[in-house]
Design a protein. Structure first.
Lengths: 361, 268
């Protein structure tokens, strides 16, 4: 019994002193940019900067990682291959697992640590979660997600799960500057077919604009993406199943006029303030999109674009910043998960001590 | 934009030019709402007398009577000698600037001070049907992704494949214009093209601002370029090839077109 209390006290001390190991399981996209991977690394980096012992875990024999497209600020994060290196997990540790890695959730369900699912992409979760299996079957009772829409969704499936929100962060180099914009139309889509649906019919319908340059932003490293967004006058965004519309927001922060096809679920930040909704040029079909691109190009070349569409970089500059994510992490992870875990162990410790007292009596 | 002079070369005055003068001169007031630019009007006495009737506001205006040579390149070269600002722009009397063009240019000169010539993206209208939308764009190819080495800029190689750039309305850095030798009086028709080749050959930067700054009207009777409309295909071809040869030389070498008919007669 003393041994059990001693172990519980040790766990409580580690948790109290922020000496836990915080592990993040990550995919290896072989340097191909991924919103989910970025989100995972941003959480990890923020916690590292807040003083936690953070380690990225993977199970790739030839791990390439994400530093090339994410940037070298993430070089501080230690990486370990669980297949080759010894990783000891204790009850005072925390393990974050992206929703796509259901196999990892299954393999780790008997680990003594607190495991938290990162719920970023609902379609991955649908694809990989077996029929009939629940999160509690996997011993997962905590979820971190990016917005209220996703929070409501996952809670509707699993009402007894603790779901906390940590908003994504957009790097500070997605910003506007005073330099004149170039007449380039950036295109942001979720797949290549959509790029063709935008560009090819546009040229067929508008031969007078056969010279206009479109640029597909898919796959660009973050810094390069920042430069490309900053220099382009106009951005077209099509993503029916978006969760956060992060790239749309990056375009707005960079000072680009945004033409957006209305998605199936509109991200919260777009609905929060009237300015934000009315500062975007909305279309509801590809036909309307083609005509709108032509109108916007003509208007832009004639300095006839309304200020509400040109000034969005000022309006959205405080959305998804590093400081908002840190505040969310403090609330949702540190207090919502770490401190909650600490309190649980304190209660268990207290109960054990009371039991021992009763036995002694 | 203070550091800018507008040069307006005129042809012999005709009554039908009155409305063109109004449209073009007035456009300066819309493009330059701060009344900061200077103006040089150059042309035959008949045209100068008419131009003096227009109110240019508080702008500094110099009128130069020139009854010697009405050709565009001669008049521009002559007027440039009196330009006191760092930049100048040529306004053909049958064309017009768009609103706030000079404010746009000022922004670009601030961020691209190394650029020698800022051309304008243009919408081209048919003067016989002004109620219609633009029939084409001009100066637009540089904004196609693979046209030149750097998007937005002309380079010598791309100019060899495409020559149809409209330079009127563009804003020149005077020192660079003079350092490459200015326009060549001996090159007809394609003197702007020859100058562009010479500028880019000498590593001078030519950029097309992706804003509509100038409206160019075609099919205008009595315009300075309308004289070229009657040239034969053979002569046009001669001047085009001459431009492509002469840009390597700073000096304005004497060139004379000889028509095939004259050549045949001489041979006989």
């Amino acid at each position: 019994m003393n041994e059990k209390i001693n172990k519980l006290e040790e766990i409580v001390n580690i948790l109290t002193n922020k000496e836990s190991n915080v592990y993040f399981f990550t995919l290896d996209t072989k340097n191909s940019p991924s919103g989910e991977v970025k989100y995972t690394y941003d959480l990890a980096l923020s916690l590292f900067e807040m003083g936690y012992n953070v380690t990225m875990l993977h199970q790739e024999d030839e791990f390439v990682g994400a530093n090339e497209w994410l940037g070298d600020r993430y070089d501080v994060l230690v990486h370990k291959n669980v297949k080759e290196e010894n990783v000891t997990i204790t009850p005072s540790d925390f393990l974050f697992i992206p929703e796509v890695l259901v196999n990892v959730m299954t393999q780790t369900k008997t680990l003594p640590c607190k495991r938290i699912m990162i719920y970023y992409n609902p379609s991955y979760f649908m694809d990989y979660m077996p029929v009939g299996m629940t999160l509690s079957d996997l011993n997962i009772y905590d979820v971190i997600t990016t917005n209220e829409n996703l929070q409501e969704k996952i809670k509707s499936y699993f009402p007894n799960i603790n779901v906390q929100i940590v908003r994504p962060v957009i790097q500070e180099f997605f910003e506007n500057d005073d330099a004149p914009k170039k007449l380039i139309v950036n295109v942001i889509t979720s797949n290549s077919n959509e790029v063709n649906d935008i560009i090819k019919p546009f040229y067929w319908k508008n031969p007078i604009y056969k010279w206009l340059s479109f640029r597909d932003l898919k796959g660009a490293p973050q810094r390069v993406l920042g430069d490309m967004m900053k220099e382009a006058a106009i951005t077209v965004w099509v993503d029916d199943n978006t969760n956060n519309a992060q790239m749309a927001l990056e375009a707005l922060k960079s000072g680009s006029v945004l033409i957006a096809k209305v998605p199936q679920t509109t991200p919260e930040w777009m609905m929060d303030e009237d300015d934000w909704r009315f500062g975007i040029i909305w279309v509801d079909s590809y036909e309307m999109l083609h005509n709108t691109i032509a109108s916007v190009v003509r208007g832009w070349t004639r300095n006839n674009i309304l200020d509400q569409y040109l000034n969005m970089s000022d309006v959205v500059k405080n959305v998804f910043t590093k400081s908002t994510q840190v505040a969310d992490i403090e609330k949702s992870i540190v207090k919502g998960v770490f401190d909650a875990t600490l309190n649980t162990y304190k209660q268990i410790l207290s109960a054990e001590k009371n039991n021992e007292l009763k036995i002694e009596e | 934009m203070k550091d800018l002079t507008i040069i307006i070369p005129l042809a012999e005055y005709k009554d039908e030019h009155a409305s063109l003068y109004q449209r073009s001169f007035k456009s300066i007031t819309y493009a330059d709402t701060s009344s900061e630019v200077s103006v040089i009007v150059i042309g035959p006495t008949s045209a100068i007398n008419e131009a003096k009737n227009f109110d240019f506001g508080e702008r500094e205006v110099l009128f130069i009577e020139n009854n010697k040579n009405a050709e565009l390149q001669f008049q521009i070269n002559k007027a440039v000698k009196d330009v006191k600002t760092s930049y100048f722009s040529v306004l053909e009397f049958d064309d017009s600037y768009t609103d706030l063009w000079f404010k746009t240019i000022e922004h670009y000169t601030k961020h691209q001070p190394e650029t020698t010539l800022f051309l304008s993206l243009m919408e081209v209208f048919d003067n016989t049907k002004p109620e219609l939308d633009a029939i084409a764009y001009a100066n637009e190819p540089v904004w196609a992704a693979s046209f030149s080495d750097e998007i937005g800029y002309l380079d010598n190689d791309s100019l060899k494949n495409y020559y149809n750039f409209i330079v009127s309305g563009g804003v020149f850095k005077k020192s660079d214009f003079l350092s490459v030798g200015g326009l060549k009086n001996n090159i007809k028709v394609f003197f702007w093209y020859e100058l562009l080749l010479r500028l880019t050959q000498n590593d001078k930067k030519v950029f097309v601002v992706p804003k509509i700054g100038y409206e160019h009207y075609v099919n205008v009777e009595g315009s300075l370029s309308s004289a070229y409309a009657s040239m034969s295909h053979h002569e046009l071809d001669f001047w085009f090839k001459t431009a492509q040869e002469e840009y390597l030389y700073k000096t304005d070498r004497k060139k004379e077109y000889v028509s095939p008919v004259t050549e045949e007669n001489n041979a006989n």
